[in-house]
Design a protein around this ligand. Structure first.
Ligand code: GSH
Length: 166
């Protein structure tokens, strides 16, 4: 089974692509995807009415939200324990997914977007987001490491490293 994911190549779509590689599921990027055009098309809006990427096509229906897509992919092979195999493992995995999205990603986006011209720059707000990022740093540097995915065959794989941060 090959699943098609609609997106430009960005950090959000990479969540699913990385999970797919660990689990051994084939996820392909939709061909000729054009950000700002493809994601506004009627076909895409059937996958995600918000018009945001990524969106995944599955045989049973579409899924949007990058974390939900990554979780879906991670659970596709019951014999693969990427998503854990006990309540404590499920809890710890969800903990890191939420930590990444809510503590790290949210602060980084809010810090960087005004600098890129996507939002209004407010000095005091930037200082608060920077201290938010600095606060999570020590936690990240103490996270356990996962082994590299077994097959580095995907064009999106990160070659050359033997371990990867969770
Ligand atoms: N919470 C969503 C965020 C999706 C999102 O904001 N995607 C951006 C690209 S990274 C997008 O599609 N922007 C286009 C738009 O807002 O119209 C997820 O994790 O999938």
């Amino acid at each position: 089974m090959v699943l098609i994911i609609h997106s430009e190549l960005n950090k959000n779509v990479c969540k699913a692509l990385i999970a797919a590689e660990y689990v051994g599921v084939e996820v392909k990027m939709a061909e000729n995807f054009q950000m700002g055009k493809s994601n506004k098309s009627p076909e895409f809006l059937k996958l995600n009415p918000l018009g945001k990427v990524p969106a995944l096509e599955t045989p049973e229906g579409p899924i949007f939200e990058s974390n939900a897509i990554a979780r879906y992919v991670a659970r596709l092979k019951p014999e693969n324990t990427l998503f854990g195999s006990s309540p404590i493992e499920y809890g710890q995995i969800e903990q890191w997914i939420d930590f990444s999205a809510l503590e790290l990603d949210a602060n980084m986006r809010a810090w960087v977007f005004p600098r890129l011209g996507y939002a209004t720059y407010i000095k005091s707000a930037e200082e608060s987001y920077i201290s938010g990022v600095k606060r999570v740093g020590p936690t990240i540097s103490h996270t356990p490491l996962l082994p590299s995915p077994p097959s580095p065959s995907s064009p999106y794989s990160f070659s050359g490293s033997t371990t990867t941060h969770l």
